[in-house]
Structures are given as structure tokens and as C-alpha cells.
Design a protein around this ligand. Sequence first.
Ligand SMILES: [Zn+2]
Length: 258
Amino acid sequence: MKSTILAIIVLLPGVAAAAPLQPLPMPSADGRLFGHLPYGDIAALDLVPAPPGFSIGATCRINRDAAADLARLLVAAADSPGVGTSLRAVSCYRGVAHQESVFCRERHRTTCVDPSDRARSVAPPGYSEHATGYAIDFGVRPTRGCPDVDYCFASTPAGQWLMAHGPEFGFELSFPAANRQGVTWEPWHWRWVGTRVEEPGAAVARLLFARARNMYPALPAARDVLGANAAAVAMPAGRIVTVRAKLPDVTGVRARRR
Ligand SMILES: [Zn+2]
């Protein structure tokens, strides 16, 4: 009897035969993987705890250069009617090793049932802005029916406040609606690039995100770099980096919802 039941289970399609796991492919010639740009881990010494009470889960850490602007942002948000202290952090710094567990939940974390599909909403390990310590996934508490990392965040008072004021504090939306990168719209994911290129750490952040900003402009984006005074910045290694932001044409942009 036992062997009969076993034989039936094995023969039923979709019961015993799981979809095969696929390894991550090699990146393209320009270094991208599934459209995501490569980012390495920030040094642990350059990470600082986010302000108390900001993290929803365990205290998250951010790049020290973004700390002052984040603190200013949270003070301004707290003073904004309807927002108050509802603006919180779902996730901040995530190292490459952590990103492996986020990217695929299978036991073998560098393989997925469909890595290309997964990469539309989650960056593969080694390709996440979160590894730099500059990126924050914002959320709200109380949730009032809006789960974390969901499109509904854009409709919350906190999400709308970020869209209107995030760039004033050096933050920009990495993956706007209908972006050419092919990543899903992420109204919760903001990266820090500073309010001015002369601001401590901003030149380094903008150098790190230069390709992303040129190829797939953020919206809203930090815009100060259009000034003549900010056209060129001397980097510590003696390199001269020209930083320019091009505001995207928003005509025809449609928000994607699920
Ligand atoms: Zn994110």
C-alpha cells in the first residue's frame, strides 16, 4: 500500500518535480547583471546606526556620510502634518552576503527558480545599492493596511512627503515608475547623494552612482549639480570627476501597481 501511494505522488506532475534551480549567469560586458549595476560592500567602519526609533526591525546601519541629512529629513518629516513619526526604515545597509539570502530564498542562494524574474524586484548579490550604505527602504508605522515594500507606500502621507521633499535632504528615488532599467517601480527605495556636490561624502556617493544616474535617472532626483560651481570636483585620488544630472522627461510616465 505504501509503495502504491509513493508511486502515485511521484507520477503527479508538480507534486514531486520541483522547478529546477538556475545559477546566476555571468554579468554582461559592461558589468551589469539583469540590468543591475555592480556595487561592493562598504567598509564596516563607515557605517553608523540609524537614528533611534527609525528602524522597524533591528537597528539598521547607514553610510556615515548620509547620517546628518537623514537626521534633518526625519526632523522635517516629524514636523509635517500627517507624516509625523510614521516615516520609518524597513531596511538600510545590506551586505553582499545578506543580499544573497534576500535575492533567493532557496537553500542555494546564488541559484533561483527564475533569477531573471526575481531580479526585476530584487537586486542580485553584489548588485544592490543597499551594500553601499546609501540606500534606504522606507516604510510606515502604523501600516494602516499598507504592507512594507508595497506600491501603496506612494499613496501614504509619508510616501508623498518624500516625493515632495526627499531631494531637499539629498535623497533621490532610484527606481521611478516605468524606468528604462527594467526594475519594478520602488517608491520606498531612496539613495543618498547629498544636497550639494561639495557636501562631505556627496562627491564619492555621486561617483559611485554616476553610471546609474546617467543611464537611468532618478525621479525625483537631487538637482543641485547643474550649477557651474559644481561642474568638477577633485577626488582624493587626484581624479577629476564631472558630475551632471539630467532631469528625465516625465511625459507618459505611468505608475505601475499590483
Ligand atoms: Zn531597497
